[in-house]
Design a binder for this molecule. Structure first.
Ligand code: T3D
Length: 265
């Protein structure tokens, strides 16, 4: 697993890989280099079988402040017809990689998560927030629509009405409120944030990784499926799950009244 990045810190503890966006002087806002490196690190994590859970977080006092607005003018010179798709495509590769990663991805959010940084957190499988977290769908503040998957993930997590409210008003949502409306799974006091994040990540990293990948596929596809299609898919995926060593270990551990030792195979 490569660890030598300009804008990322990458470290592995057992099966948990932590990717830390590291431009704290601009609250981890995305320049082109950070976008590229985050894609590379996520793609490498997806391939690496020793990695069984990924944590995405930010260095310093923020998760991320969205697109670096100082580089915005270079990406979109004023007066030019808008050609945003190529630029957004660089973010989309990150979203697809997180979504298709055959292992859990946790976003660990302290401080502000604004704009496209917020929406990358929404693309992760689980979210844990510190109680100083501030979520801002900041796009409307600068006359833009939520990108980076915001139009997809936000209404699915909080419902259409709340998604419209957060996107149009672009007000801050606190960590506690984010937990209440389902934007994050859990909000914890700041002093417990790192321990709680690692406990969750290590628990997932010691779980039945292949089953988690199949669960991820089943749940994500169900949002676009009718009942019949989803029931068909659950059968196909269960056929795969039944062939895993972790399934056999889980059943054996139950029958032998001991704790299961999952290997991810
Ligand atoms: O086509 C496309 O590319 C579309 C893509 C769009 C994607 C997007 O993400 S659009 C949304 C972009 N992000 C924003 O609009 C948020 C801008 N930032 C803020 O509104 C505020 O900074 C925050 C609410 C996030 C945090 O406020 P606060 O008071 O806690 O911190 P601060 O003092 O404003 O920021 C600290 C420093 O970070 C400051 O630098 P300085 O003055 O200390 O040298 C500030 O300029 C810098 N910073 C914060 N956000 C950005 C940033 N620098 C560049 N780009 C940023 N997005």
């Amino acid at each position: 697993m490569p660890t030598n990045y300009q804008n990322l810190l990458v470290s592995q503890d057992g099966g948990v890989l932590t990717i830390t966006m590291n431009r704290p002087e601009v609250l981890n806002a995305f320049n082109d280099s950070l976008i590229e490196e985050l894609y590379e690190a996520m793609a490498a994590a997806a391939e690496d079988e020793t990695v069984r859970c990924v944590v995405l977080t930010g260095a310093g006092r923020a998760f991320g402040a969205g697109q670096d607005l100082r580089t915005f003018a270079t990406i979109h010179p004023s007066g030019e017809p808008a050609k945003v798709s190529e630029h957004l495509g660089k973010y989309h590769r990150i979203l697809y990689t997180i979504r298709n990663m055959p292992k859990p991805v946790i976003a660990a959010i302290r401080g502000v998560a604004a704009g496209i940084s917020c929406n990358i957190a929404l693309a992760c499988d689980l979210r844990i927030a510190a109680d100083d977290a501030r979520f801002i769908e900041a796009f409307a503040r600068i006359g833009l629509v939520p990108d980076g998957g915001g139009g997809y993930f936000l209404p699915r997590l909080v419902g259409l009405g709340k998604a419209l409210e957060l996107s149009m008003l672009a007000d801050e949502v606190s960590g506690a409120e984010a937990e209440r409306i389902g934007l994050v799974n859990k909000c914890v006091p700041q002093e417990e944030f790192e321990t709680a994040t690692m406990a969750l990540a290590q628990r997932l990293a010691k779980g039945p990784t292949r089953a988690y990948a199949l669960i991820k596929e089943l749940m994500n596809k169900s949002l676009e499926s009718d009942l019949e299609t989803s029931l068909h898919l659950e059968g196909e995926l269960q056929d795969v799950a039944l062939t895993t060593e972790d399934h056999r270990e889980g059943v054996a551990a139950f029958l032998q009244k001991r704790r299961a030792e999952y290997t991810g195979r």
